[in-house]
Structure formats: structure tokens, C-alpha cells
Design a protein around this ligand. Structure first.
Ligand SMILES: CC(=O)SCCNC(=O)CCNC(=O)[C@H](O)C(C)(C)COP(=O)(O)OP(=O)(O)OC[C@H]1O[C@@H](n2cnc3c(N)ncnc32)[C@H](O)[C@@H]1OP(=O)(O)O
Ligand SMILES: O=C([O-])CC(=O)C(=O)O
Length: 448
């Protein structure tokens, strides 16, 4: 018996018996994707952590505006300018702000950074037992498993009090760099045949410094590289309560489960190619475009290829131009603007201007091609994932770590929302699904 062929037969059965006509969703006024008909999100919660602003309502009409992002009320541009003007790194300050709701003074920041520093090392034998064994080709998968495994190393894992949850979150924020770096080393060694090296976290170093220290064979990095990576970490740290991974954190934690379960769910969500996983997909798509478009500056040729992508005839057949479009942003994603500027600087420094110009051309052409092919008046622009891979690549960071770097940063936002959910949520999140099948009589075996 060839059991393998059963999967194909069963799949057909599943598709046949799970097909809900799209007019049913209209009939029962189902907000698909928890979205209203104008594309705005269904209001499901209140938060003080982050705010994403992308349109204004004028006489019930959605009017697109330039995107704004605020962490605890502070505009992301002001936050970035603040630490850059003072020639400081920003990520630890940003984590403090998100977790505790206010900016730290120097003494508070130093104390908090020292706390993170004291928690960076993974528990004894964790790396050998939980990371090197069963290495994964996908580092997000490894990271999720490392988070779930942390439960076994915690003497008080199920206590969901604010203090205990904060302790767990601080440990995860501090340890994500080592979990991701070692997960990558395991993949590189066991799957790709490269030499294995494991650098311990560097005492007194920031999150960004630690990442570069642990992923590079010789632990070397320059101040400018650290500043760029630190900036990326700040930009990815938070995005309101409704983004898929943060909402997953809130949904899962509302059942009263433990921190590790909620954060592992968030990692699984972020990995998806429509969410944080788009940063790798962008770079793969760019490789595909570079291989198939002869003249990278020919607008007609590039447009034609983008049309093929949208029509599912090119790239991975998904029909998506990765790094473009957003559930909330319209005219622009503020993070994309900062990253584009950084990408331009790096392209100049590294002599990679031809590729950068292709990125900018795709950014420019995508909205008009999208409008034409999808016959849509939705305003789309480059999102945070569009230029981030270009910047990571310029820093020599392996592509397997692009989405894990997003997680190393976003754990800050997830933690802040987890704590907010614990303090204010109280009710299990439990929406409704209408059953549209009705009653079916049981048929005895002999009559089937
Ligand atoms: C950190 C982040 O998560 S940022 C987002 C990263 N994701 C990507 O870059 C992937 C590409 N982009 C997308 O898939 C989408 O724009 C998303 C997932 C980000 C947002 O999706 P939605 O909010 O559902 O978009 P929206 O409802 O406005 O979509 C309308 C239509 O446009 C399509 N669409 C939206 N963006 C794109 C795109 N980049 N390429 C092709 N089609 C797109 C949708 O699939 C949908 O098509 P359909 O009506 O045929 O089903
Ligand atoms: O808000 C969203 O839907 C996705 C996003 O950009 C993020 O989480 O950073």
C-alpha cells in the first residue's frame, strides 16, 4: 500500500468539504481578516503602547495620509533623532519606554541596560540540549522552540503576575540574540557543513553589539555597523496591538496561559511571509527579478515583470510583490522612509548602487502596476520589509537571520502588550464563527 498517495486523495476531500462560498461572508456580514469594508481594522482593543496612523476619515471617507508611528505617544522620527543627536544607541532606551511607559533618565537607563546584560547568557547546557540538538533550517522555528524550552528551565513558569511575567520577558529580550545566533550557527554547521563556533555574549555590550559579536567568526564590528543595526532594532520594536504577531500574543495570553506559550505563538506569526517573513521574501524576489529582467533600469521591462508577479506567473507564484502594501499604511510607512535613506547611504559606500536603483524603481512602479492589475484604488507603498533586507545584506548578515532580527526587536513590543493584556484584558478573547452547514444526519456504515 502506498500511503503517500493518500494525502493527495484526502486533500481533494478536504477542499471539497471546506469550501465556503464568498457570498456567504457578505450575507452574514463577516469582517474577513477582522477588516471593515473600507479596509480599516475592526476595533477589538485599547492600547497605550504603540500607535499606527495612516489615514484620516473625512465624512466617512478614508483619506490616505503619510504614515506616522508612535511608541508610547512619542513619534518614531523624534525618538530616533533623540538618541542619534546625542550619539547614543537607542534600542535599550526604546525597550524601557515600551515596557515601562516613559523615557528613562541616564541612571535608570544604565541600571536597565545592566539588568539586560546580566541576563544574556543562556541557562547551563541549554545551547547543547535545546539548540544544537535537532537544528532547524529555519531560525524562527528554532527560536520558537527555544522559547518553549525556556519553560522547562524556569522554576516559576505559570505565574502570570505582572512581576513574574516581566522577569520572564526581560530574560527573553536579553536572550533572543543568543538563541537566534546559536540557532543560526547550528543550521550553518549541521545543515550547510560550515565550522561551528559559539561566542558567549559580551559583557557590557548593547543588544546590537552582542548580535554582531555572536554571529561573526571573529566577533568584530565597527561603531557604524552597530549604529545601523541598533536603528533597525528600534524601528521594528513595536507596531500597535493589531499586527498579526502582537494580536497573537494578546489572544493566546488572554486564555491565562504562560508567557512562553504566548511568545512562541507570536514568533510563529511573525515568520509568515505576509508579516515579518516578508523581509527574506523581498530579497528572494529581488534575486528572481535580477535574474529575469535584462535591463534593470528599463521601466517597461521591470513593469512587465511586476505584472507577471501579480498575475502569479513569476517569482514564487503567490501573486504578491513582497515589501509592498500594508494593512494600515497608505502613502508611506515611516520605517520604510528611514530604511530607504540608510540603504542609499550603504549602497554608495559599498558601490551597490545598481541594485539600490532597482529597488527604488520597483518601489516607484509597484503602486501603479498594482492599481492597474488589481483594478484597485487602494494606495500601496513600500513597507518596513522592503529595504530592511538590503540593509542587513550590506552589513553582511546572513539572510536566515533577517526575520529573527525582527523578532529580537519585536519581543519588546510583544512583552509590553502581554503586560498590558494581563493588567487590562481580563476576558478571554473569543470571537464568533457562524456555522453555515446546518444539521447533517448520521449515516450508518452500511448505507454510505
Ligand atoms: C511587518 C509587516 O508585516 S509589513 C507587511 C509585510 N508583508 C508584505 O510585504 C507582503 C506583501 N504585502 C501583502 O501581502 C499585503 O499588502 C499585506 C498582507 C501586508 C496587507 O494585506 P491586506 O491588508 O489584506 O491588504 P488589502 O486588504 O488592502 O488587500 C487588497 C488586495 O490587494 C492584494 N495585495 C495587497 N498587497 C499586495 C502586494 N504587495 N502584492 C500583491 N497583492 C497585494 C491583496 O492580496 C488583496 O487581494 P485580493 O482582493 O485579490 O484578495
Ligand atoms: O502592522 C502590521 O500589520 C504589520 C507591521 O507593519 C508590523 O507589525 O510591523
Amino acid at each position: 500500500m502506498n500511503y503517500e498517495s493518500l494525502y493527495s486523495d484526502y486533500s481533494e476531500l478536504i477542499i471539497k468539504n471546506n469550501n465556503i462560498e464568498s457570498d456567504m461572508f457578505v450575507k452574514y456580514n463577516v469582517k474577513r481578516g477582522l477588516r471593515n469594508t473600507d479596509g480599516t481594522g475592526v476595533l477589538v482593543g485599547l492600547t497605550e503602547v504603540g500607535d499606527v496612523h495612516a489615514y484620516i476619515m473625512d465624512e466617512n471617507e478614508k483619506v490616505p495620509v503619510e504614515g506616522r508611528l508612535r511608541y508610547r505617544g512619542i513619534d518614531i522620527f523624534d525618538l530616533v533623532k533623540g538618541f542619534q543627536d546625542e550619539k547614543r544607541l537607542g534600542f535599550e532606551e526604546c525597550v524601557y519606554l515600551l515596557l515601562f511607559g516613559e523615557l528613562p533618565n541616564k541612571e535608570e537607563l544604565d541600571k536597565f541596560s545592566a539588568l539586560l546584560d546580566s541576563r544574556r547568557k543562556l541557562p547551563r547546557a541549554f545551547t547543547e540540549d535545546m539548540i544544537l540538538k535537532a537544528p532547524s533550517r529555519d531560525i524562527m522555528n528554532k527560536l520558537a522552540r527555544a522559547v518553549l524550552a525556556s519553560y522547562s528551565y524556569d522554576s516559576n513558569p505559570d505565574d502570570t503576575s505582572v512581576e513574574n511575567t516581566l522577569r520572564q520577558c526581560i530574560d527573553l529580550i536579553a536572550r533572543f540574540p543568543a538563541m537566534a545566533a546559536y540557532g543560526y550557527q547550528a543550521k550553518s554547521h549541521y545543515h550547510d557543513g560550515n565550522s561551528l563556533f559559539l561566542h558567549s555574549p559580551k559583557e557590557g555590550a548593547s543588544t546590537a553589539e552582542n548580535i554582531l559579536h555572536m554571529i561573526r567568526p571573529d566577533c568584530s564590528y565597527t561603531r557604524s555597523e552597530v549604529e545601523i543595526l541598533d536603528l533597525l532594532l528600534v524601528l521594528h520594536a513595536e507596531h500597535g496591538g493589531g499586527n498579526n504577531s502582537t494580536f497573537a500574543t494578546r489572544v493566546v495570553s488572554s486564555s491565562g496561559t504562560d508567557t512562553y506559550s504566548a511568545i512562541a505563538a507570536a514568533i510563529g506569526s511573525l515568520k509568515g511571509p505576509k508579516h515579518g517573513g516578508a523581509n527574506i521574501k523581498v530579497m528572494q524576489m529581488m534575486e528572481n527579478i535580477k535574474a529575469n529582467v535584462k535591463n534593470w533600469s528599463d521601466e517597461g521591462e521591470v513593469s512587465d515583470y511586476l505584472i507577471k508577479i501579480l498575475n502569479k506567473q513569476a517569482n514564487d507564484g503567490s501573486g504578491l510583490i513582497y515589501g509592498v502594501g500594508h494593512a494600515v499604511y497608505t502613502l508611506s510607512d515611516p520605517r520604510g522612509i528611514v530604511l530607504k535613506k540608510k540603504a542609499q547611504e550603504l549602497a554608495k559606500e559599498t558601490g551597490n548602487e545598481e541594485e539600490y536603483n532597482l529597488f527604488t524603481l520597483i518601489e516607484k512602479l509597484s503602486p501603479e502596476v498594482f492599481a492597474r492589475v488589481k483594478r484597485s484604488d487602494k494606495v500601496v507603498s513600500a513597507n518596513v520589509d522592503f529595504y530592511s533586507g538590503f540593509v542587513y545584506k550590506s552589513l553582511g548578515i546572513p539572510h536566515e537571520l533577517y526575520t529573527p532580527l525582527f523578532a529580537i526587536s519585536r519581543i519588546a513590543g510583544w512583552s509590553a502588550h502581554l503586560l498590558e493584556e494581563i493588567i487590562n484584558g481580563g476576558r478571554i478573547i473569543r470571537p464568533a464563527y457562524k456555522n453555515v452547514l446546518g444539521k447533517v444526519a448520521y449515516t450508518p456504515m452500511k448505507d454510505r
